[in-house]
Design a protein around this ligand. Structure first.
Ligand SMILES: [Zn+2]
Length: 189
């Protein structure tokens, strides 16, 4: 048991047990990416599969793995931080303190940063949804930023395919709602 850096006061707390007592339900606590993976595996896009890689693409990139019909977490459930595999040695700084992580290149945050780099006059309110709208209208800065995003996303996914040979890669998070073109463009890479 440990704590969460962004939830002060929650250190060494048996949250599952507390919620179970309060609600009378069976409570199972795990990280959000793992729970998204379990949900898609049991009820959603990966129903019936035995080996799956899940990515949640948003502020960062979360990951989860189902290997041989089991959620895989590594030793003490500290693994499957798929957003923090290093894809560029000494690359861009990442929120985890390392540099060159997949997340620093392929998250929605990275997409917005790249768009601002391409278009320094971009609106303060430019978010992932706005950039996708501009991309679909072929705005050059948005096309460049999305191409950069697709290139890095595809490189990360290719790595996961080589390691895990999954039946499916399931992408969740805000960016996955962009539309069918998103998967089409990634598949082309
Ligand atoms: Zn990182």
């Amino acid at each position: 048991m440990g704590g969460a850096d962004n939830l002060p006061g929650f250190e060494e707390l048996s949250l599952g047990q507390l919620l179970e007592t309060k609600t009378g339900y069976n409570v199972f606590i795990d990280n959000d990416a793992n729970m998204m993976g379990m949900g898609e595996w049991i009820y959603g896009a990966a129903k019936g599969c035995s080996d799956i890689v899940f990515l949640t693409v948003g502020t960062g990139i979360g990951g989860a793995l189902i290997i041989n019909n089991e959620l895989y977490g590594g030793y003490k459930n500290r693994g499957t931080e798929l957003g923090h595999i290093i894809i560029r040695h000494e690359g861009l700084p990442c929120s985890c303190g390392s540099r060159g992580c997949f997340e620093a290149y392929a998250s929605a945050t990275a997409l917005i940063d790249r768009y601002r780099f391409q278009n320094p006059d971009a609106l303060e309110s430019a978010d992932g949804k706005y950039i996708i709208e501009c991309y679909l209208q072929q705005e050059p800065a948005a096309v460049a930023a999305m191409t950069y995003h697709f290139d890095h996303m595809a490189a990360g996914i290719a790595g996961f395919i080589n390691i895990f040979s999954p039946q499916k890669i399931v992408i969740g998070g805000g960016i996955s709602e962009a539309g069918d073109f998103y998967i089409r463009e990634l598949t082309k890479k």
